[in-house]
Write a protein that binds this ligand. Sequence first.
Ligand SMILES: NC(=O)c1ccc[n+]([C@@H]2O[C@H](COP(=O)([O-])OP(=O)(O)OC[C@H]3O[C@@H](n4cnc5c(N)ncnc54)[C@H](O)[C@@H]3O)[C@@H](O)[C@H]2O)c1
Length: 430
Amino acid sequence: MRVSVFGLGYVGSVTAACLADAGHEVVGVDVNPEKVAIINAGDPPVVEPGLGELLAQVVKSGRLKATTSTTNAVRDTDLALICVGTPSGANGELDVSFIRRVGEEIGSVLGGSERVYTVVLRSTVLPGTAEQVLLGALCSASGREPGARLRVAVNPEFMREGSSLRDFQSPPLTLVGCADAETPELLRALYFCVDAPFVSTTIRTAEMVKYVGNAFHAVKVCFANEIADLCTSLDVGAQEVMRIFRMDRTLNVSDSYLRPGFAFGGSCLPKDLRALLYAARRTDVAVPLLSSVIPSNEGQVRRAVDAVLQTRKRRIGVVGLAFKSGTDDLRESPLVSLIETLIGKGLDVRILDGNVSLARLVGANRRYIEEEIPHISSLMCDGVEALLAHADVVVIGNGGEEAELALAGCRPSQVVIDLTRGAVRFAASG
Ligand SMILES: NC(=O)c1ccc[n+]([C@@H]2O[C@H](COP(=O)([O-])OP(=O)(O)OC[C@H]3O[C@@H](n4cnc5c(N)ncnc54)[C@H](O)[C@@H]3O)[C@@H](O)[C@H]2O)c1
């Protein structure tokens, strides 16, 4: 394929060299003539293991050449990969001016022509940037409408400086966000040399996934370091603790606990987190990340309370009372907190949770229900019909069969607040 790569920094120079190595005909573009000259001499513009050798080879073979001319680059290619910088402002705001600029430059070259051109954004940008900034600039400079002849896609990369050549060949996935059916096929062909699952999604999702990854990596680093500080203060070897922690690929390093939904609760997570925070306070260890977890969790309950209050309706039906579906355990259930707050605000609440209803009659939780939450226990309904007959607002607190039945039986006039954030519907449909 004939590809141009705009921005020959870390990402662009590695991308250009690797694509040329795979056999594509690549034109690298940069506004900095020194970088262009360095690449054309077969030298690396950045320090990256293996890049020097690879560049020397692909430049010599003629498959990669660099230029400062957008006109030549667009004329000689069918697809552009945008790898320009997106630096941070003093207030954290993303500077997208380089992206806008490239969009205008490419757009003005495309202006007088009818040819199909695909512009793929590889830089890290917030959701909306590709459509508003890049596509906006391309369209206004070219006078074209977005569509068949002018396609835009987002293709974030997952390379790490220091191992980016290896990461280019074997990324965790090849992610493409676009709005048409042809572009994923084009990018499959571009990345035929890359050994990774190919994931096609919407433009905004692809933009966001990159940020989620980096935010998670940052959280993981700080988590491991705070745990290490705690380990040291408790006279435990941090490396050994984390080595064993990482061995658990079912609950720890896994997709468990990473599904959006409602707040956590139960008999373990809140209690054990509090014990760790107390140990940190006693030993004067600062753990700002761990300390922020319970306030963050409480924020989820407040968010649910606000969502119910905003409906301005009084008759509320909540599906789920236990801290998660499939259990009758009410200890530190965030749904109990939510319901107590709603009752305190004067709302008329009814609750459906078959497991808790059963526990009210028999089982180990009977005493807890009778002694700790009698005011809530008396609000239990004995079936979906009774809950739906009462409620103007249906709050789905836990997933499961009762939630599915409630959703299926809702009247159009009833407001549904799904605290599982769609998980119950996904479960129902898939
Ligand atoms: N560095 C990394 O490891 C890494 C990893 C993942 C994602 N990213 C993202 O990729 C993007 C690029 O990062 P980078 O580290 O390669 O940036 P960089 O600053 O090293 O390189 C950007 C290049 O773009 C050039 N440029 C600016 N305006 C241009 C224009 N109008 N036309 C052509 N070239 C232009 C600059 O001269 C520079 O050489 C950023 O959005 C970054 O967040 C970087």
